[in-house]
Structures are given as structure tokens and as C-alpha cells.
Design a protein around this ligand. Structure first.
Ligand SMILES: Cc1cc2nc3c(=O)[nH]c(=O)nc-3n(C[C@H](O)[C@H](O)[C@H](O)COP(=O)(O)OP(=O)(O)OC[C@H]3O[C@@H](n4cnc5c(N)ncnc54)[C@H](O)[C@@H]3O)c2cc1C
Length: 284
């Protein structure tokens, strides 16, 4: 199918983007890599009369690590993330997760901003951002503001971002210790049936800190505080691992779809989380 007709704009500054968003309201969307939006438009699941391309806005594609804070511009592609030496050193979970998104063609185009702003429960970056306790930087007619990733997602495709605000960057403190991103999918290029992001640090042979978030197991990403708490202070033995999985299962709310029935998704969630904790602990 081809999309419905639309006007295409390519402003060269953010003021121009925001002016267009204000002028056209709900009839306008920004476009980044287009690898979520264009398929939706072609399937006629989204009709966007005014499409505003962010490609020509300077400064949205930078990655920096300074004073222990990682900052990634919204237009940074998944390919850029995979190939960033700075990110590999400061937050290697970013590369591990990005490599499990779709396929190289999609990763050349798909941006971190589009991935987190879209609000698609199947996207991998939102859960990862919650695991990392990231902040989302947005700009709009009333200026700049920062929204915690853990507060950003309201429901599928509904977020705290206002229609006339643009996500400019994400940032987070460089994480400590071991990490793992584990994803179960039906085939290469597929969205997750279940995925787990885990960061853990070790002190004196015990878990000092832990953060756990799950993907595609609810209509929003699930940051499971209780699962992390089940690990903290333990030696990451079998009993605490099982307690963490049980706590996570209490927090998720999967629904049946073409990736399987609820019981299967809960089973897959437990498996991916168990594997992710084991790998993160081995790296801590
Ligand atoms: C075959 C296929 C498989 C895929 N598999 C996966 C997968 O396994 N895991 C995964 O995570 N993703 C997957 N994706 C999605 C892919 O990663 C997308 O590219 C990404 O989610 C969206 O990024 P984008 O830059 O293409 O955004 P776009 O498609 O350009 O935009 C998506 C939405 O976000 C909004 N938006 C974009 N940028 C901004 C911004 N800076 N500020 C505010 N709003 C913004 C747009 O208005 C739009 O509503 C897949 C895509 C395809 C086509």
C-alpha cells in the first residue's frame, strides 16, 4: 500500500520544527529514521498530513561522555551506537541491545530518539533506558524540560511528551558493574517476545546495586524495582535469582498475540531474565 498524501517539510532549525508542530497540531509529526512511522503510514495505520524531517537540524546526532554522564543525541542511529567507542567503554549494554534490534538495514536508519519517543511497547530502547535510569531531554514552545524515562510511558504509543515537543537527547549516568541485554524473538529482525535489560554491581561478593527492566511484556516497558531488590545484598544464588524472577512476573502484564499466549510469554520472560542476571553477574 502507499501512504495517504502528505506535505513534507525540512526545516533547518528547531524553531522552524516547533513552529510547524504548533501550526498543524495533531496533523503533524516529526520524522527521524522513518522506520516506524513510514511503515505505519504505508499500512494506513497512521495518517500524517504534515511530515517534518529532523535530518537538517544540527547537533542532534552527537554522542558524548563527560564527567560520568553519557549523552546521546536523538538522531543518533542504532548503527552509530554499535560503532561508538565512547559508548562501548562507558555503557556497553547499549551496543549489546542495539545489535539485537531488527537487522543492519533498519539499524542504519532507526534513531534512538524515534525508538524511545514512539512509545511502541515492542521497541527495545525504552526498557533499556528505564534500566539505566535515563533522562529524556525535550524542547517545545515553552522551552526545554527533562523527563525521567521511568515516568515517560503512559500506555502504548502514549507518552509524557506533548505533541509540540521534540526529543533532542537522552542522558544517563555511566552505569557501574556488569550488564546484559537478553532478547527472545521468533526470528532475526523480529521484535521481542520478551527481553530483559540488567545492570548489576558487586561489592564483597554480594550484589551492591541492580536495575532490571523488561520489554514487550506490558503496554509500557516494565522497570521492576522489586526484582532488583530481591538480588541486592545476596550472592546472586539460585534462591535470590528465583525470587527476582518471581518479583518480575508480578510486575509484567503480557497479552496474547501472534508471538504466543500469555503463559508462553511469562515463561519466556523468566528465561530471558534468568539468563540476563547470570550474564550481568558474571561481568560484574
Ligand atoms: C522490520 C523492522 C523491524 C524492527 N525491529 C525492531 C526491534 O526488534 N526492536 C526495536 O526496538 N525496533 C525495531 N524496529 C523499529 C526501528 O528500530 C525504528 O527505526 C525505531 O523504533 C524508530 O526510529 P526512527 O528513527 O525510525 O523513528 P521514526 O519512524 O522516524 O519515528 C517514530 C515515531 O517517533 C516520533 N519521533 C521520532 N523522532 C522524534 C524526536 N526526536 N522527537 C519526538 N518524536 C520523535 C515520530 O514522530 C514517530 O511518531 C524495527 C523496524 C522495522 C522496519
Amino acid at each position: 500500500m502507499i501512504p495517504a498524501a502528505f506535505e513534507y517539510y525540512r526545516p533547518t532549525d528547531m524553531a522552524g520544527v516547533i513552529a510547524l508542530l504548533q501550526e498543524h497540531g495533531d496533523d503533524a509529526r516529526v520524522i527521524a529514521g522513518g522506520h516506524s512511522l513510514i511503515p505505519m503510514m504505508k499500512l494506513r495505520m497512521a495518517e500524517v498530513p504534515h511530515l517534518i524531517d529532523l535530518q537538517d537540524i544540527d547537533g542532534l546526532g552527537a554522542i558524548s561522555v563527560a564527567d560520568g554522564v553519557v549523552r546521546i543525541g536523538a538522531m543518533t542511529t542504532q548503527h552509530d551506537i554499535i560503532n561508538s567507542d565512547a559508548l562501548k567503554a562507558a555503557a556497553p549494554i547499549m551496543k549489546e541491545a542495539a545489535l539485537q534490534i531488527a537487522d543492519p538495514q533498519v539499524r542504519y536508519m532507526g534513531t534512538v530518539g524515534g525508538n524511545v519517543a514512539n512509545g511502541d511497547p515492542g521497541n527495545d530502547m525504552p526498557g533499556l533506558m528505564q534500566c539505566l535510569n535515563a533522562q529524556f531531554h525535550v524542547t517545545g514552545p515553552d522551552g526545554d524540560r527533562v523527563i525521567d524515562a521511568r515516568e515517560f510511558y503512559e500506555a502504548a504509543y502514549m507518552t509524557e511528551r506533548e505533541d509540540d515537543e521534540v526529543l533532542t537527547a537522552i542522558s544517563f549516568a555511566a552505569p557501574l558493574g556488569g550488564y546484559a541485554y537478553e532478547k527472545q524473538k521468533r526470528k532475526i529482525g523480529d521484535y521481542a517476545t520478551a527481553a530483559a535489560a540488567v545492570q548489576m554491581s558487586k561489592d564483597g561478593g554480594k550484589v551492591a546495586t541492580a536495575s532490571i527492566a523488561m520489554t514487550n511484556l506490558s503496554d509500557v516497558p516494565v522497570w521492576s524495582k522489586a526484582a532488583a531488590e530481591a538480588l541486592i545484598g545476596s550472592t546472586c544464588d539460585d534462591a535470590s535469582l528465583k525470587a527476582a524472577i518471581t518479583a518480575m512476573l508480578d510486575d509484567i502484564d503480557p497479552t496474547e498475540d501472534n508471538r504466543g499466549p500469555v503463559a508462553f510469554k511469562r515463561h519466556a520472560a523468566g528465561i530471558v531474565l534468568g539468563r540476563a542476571i547470570a550474564r550481568a553477574w558474571s561481568r560484574a
